[in-house]
Design a protein around this ligand. Structure first.
Ligand code: 3HC
Length: 293
């Protein structure tokens, strides 16, 4: 059970993986974070240090707590270091070839009883489970961005997930201060099936110039009380992630409601992915103009 977990592995330390590693370390778990090369490890270290530094500067944690949490996180480029991991969360890019590589390795490296969780938002957890010889121990653990802040975690069960695996994943989610909801493996699960078509509709409105990006965002934040408008949110989540979710919804349901907005696709093709690329619907820090300025 969760109380006996000594070591949690997090594979992939991008925005989501770094946030997930931080959340586990804050809850007292020893975390081993794995990235593909030393540059990626350093970027991951930077994400974690910046987030914990912000929390310390705001007085949310003391310097001592900051240091203790950081000391619980070991970073490595060697997946073999997960040979004694009790629970692993994968948060690598949403590409089937990369997931295949990671899950084949994890299945070989991790002890036979270790649960392998995926943070995928757009790929089938069932297909990921089928890459392993332990499909009963594979589950979705879908976090929301920013992972240290957002409370929801979707625990995604496939037809082959053992009920005990889902129960442990829910217990883990609670131990790290999250609110788990139990969902089935279908495109978009529940939250993204609601949220991403709404973002896509906002992109369509903007693409047809029915309002400015600021007006569209204000309509949602000031008119509907949402914490941020849909175009700002798309920039936070990543336009590539939004497009990937729209495309799996389309693949699965083939209804016009789930057709990706042409502007969304064009922006992804152009490398305008939102905050992470420095350009999206708004500019971030650089000189580059935002979308269609
Ligand atoms: N990392 C860590 N902490 C962060 C953070 C980050 N990237 N961004 C903000 N925070 C923390 C701040 O430090 C602050 O903490 P405090 O309350 O302890 O001081 C708190 O969050 C609030 O931040 P701010 O005061 O700076 O700003 P806001 O009040 O505007 O909140 C927000 C920022 C939490 C991002 C809020 O705007 C929000 O909830 N936005 C909606 C986010 C959302 O909908 N996410 C889900 C996207 S869908 C998804 O991820 C699924 C995927 O599969 C597509």
């Amino acid at each position: 059970m969760v109380q006996e977990f000594n070591k949690v592995g997090v594979v992939g330390l991008g925005t989501m993986g770094a946030g997930i590693a931080e959340v586990f370390a804050r809850a007292g778990f020893s975390v081993t974070g794995v990235e593909i090369d030393t540059d990626a490890v350093e970027r991951g270290r930077g994400h974690i240090a910046a987030s914990l530094g912000r929390a310390r500067d705001k007085g949310k944690i003391t310097q001592e707590e900051h240091d203790t949490i950081l000391a619980r996180i070991a970073l490595t480029t060697d997946r073999e270091d997960l040979g004694d991991a009790d629970f692993v969360v994968e948060a690598v890019p949403e590409r089937p070839d990369i997931k295949r590589d990671v899950f084949t390795d994890l299945d070989r490296i991790c002890p036979p009883g270790t649960i392998l969780a995926t943070n995928t938002s757009s790929l089938s957890v069932t297909e990921i489970a089928a890459l392993t010889d332990r499909p009963g121990l594979v589950v979705g653990l879908h976090f929301f961005n920013p992972a240290p802040v957002m409370k929801l975690v979707e625990v995604v069960s496939t037809p082959s997930t053992d009920p005990g695996t889902a129960a442990v994943a829910e217990e883990v989610a609670k131990r790290i201060g999250k609110t788990p909801v139990s969902v089935g493996d279908r495109a978009g699960f529940v939250a993204n099936a609601l949220l991403v078509p709404y973002i896509n509709d906002a992109v369509s409105l903007y693409g047809r110039r029915l309002a400015s990006r600021e007006e569209i965002d204000a309509a949602a934040s000031e008119g509907a009380g949402l914490p941020m408008g849909p175009l700002t949110l798309a920039d936070l989540v990543g336009l590539d992630v939004c497009l990937a979710v729209m495309d799996v919804l389309w693949e699965e349901f083939r209804t016009p409601r789930y057709a990706a907005a042409p502007l969304l696709r064009r922006m992804v093709t152009a490398g305008m992915l939102g905050r992470k690329s420095g350009r999206g619907f708004y500019p971030y820090g650089g000189e580059a103009p935002a979308a269609e300025d």
